[in-house]
Design a protein around this ligand. Sequence first.
Ligand SMILES: Cc1ncc(COP(=O)(O)O)c(C=O)c1O
Length: 394
Amino acid sequence: MDSKMHQAASTPEFVKRFLAEATASSTKRSLRAVVPVSARETVVDGRKCLNFSSNDYLGLAFHPALIAESVRWTEKYGAGSAASRLVTGTIDAYLELEQRIAAWKGAEAAVILGAGYMANTGLIAAIAGRKAVIFSDKYNHASLNAGCTLSGANFVRFRHNDLDHLEELIVREDDAAEKIIVCDTVFSMDGDVVDTDNLAAIAKKYGCLLYLDDAHATGVFGDRGEGLGCGASAHIVMSTFSKAMGGYGSCATCSSDMKEYLINRCGSFVFSTAMPPAIYGAISAAVDLVQGEECRILRRNLFRRVSWLREQLNAAGLNTGCSTTQILPVILGENDLALSVSRQLLENGVLAVAIRPPTVPKDTARIRLSLSAAHTDSDVEYLLEQLLLATGRK
Ligand SMILES: Cc1ncc(COP(=O)(O)O)c(C=O)c1O
């Protein structure tokens, strides 16, 4: 073969321009090589660091039961799934797992989908026709926005967590053929929560479909880790298995009729290969574990440590916004400041990434801390000490 064929094509101007601008505004992201060694530690540049950037809130990613089940399901069903579940058939264990998920989440039915991002894009596009109006919180996750855009519906955003503004916007669109409210239950960059009861009441009053994203609540909230969405009489609750559940993938919980509809109309289910059996195995183990006493204790410890850390940070004058959950932003403002604090933390053995626009609004760059039940009291004390030093509070 002609070796010239392997030469890379020249870099397009728009790529060069983007990279130059992102570098100048300190918003360029890059990949960092790490080796995760446990739920609380990861090796960066050959050095063990405490990991305060992971969404593995219960430390289940390294739990022996998840690892054993993913190995067992691989050995039993193979490494890959070969096609969409509609094409090759659905392994009976997946259907049984979906029944267990539905019971856990208090719904009639559940359908397991791929990554949460895929779920949100496919599900929203499936339920929102072009004539629909979607009302979406300004701070909703990017995957929800992607789903709203993909649907082609009229996409209206209400001020963050301002349900009066939501109601105002709904009234303005009163004669829309279809109205859908789309909202996170726990906001991923701010760690605050929406009042799901109020949201459900508004949805009912105005005849809106309610779609909730329970990604950061699943496993963490509720006596059995069932999350925040399940009591809210939503039409669809999307939950992920990639965060507190320690694995990967997602599910929609809904009515049986809605499930039938979705497996026919959700593009990211119909036209995408099912996840590998290993992933279903890990989900199966996690669904059982989160409902038991072991995880109840983990949740209690997690919230005790988060409350302590929040109090200490606030007492030192650091701004943690409206967070009431395991996601604790330390809002610093300037991109460069957030980057330099993150760098200093890393030099001292703490991995805590700087989150910058466009992920968060301009001038609210932050260190997004996410605590895990796997952290110990002294890990959190060390984090506090290093944060106070890095921000000049000590
Ligand atoms: C609120 C929310 N929804 C959906 C997703 C996407 O889920 P996944 O990471 O499983 O693709 C995320 C990811 O961080 C998220 O924060």
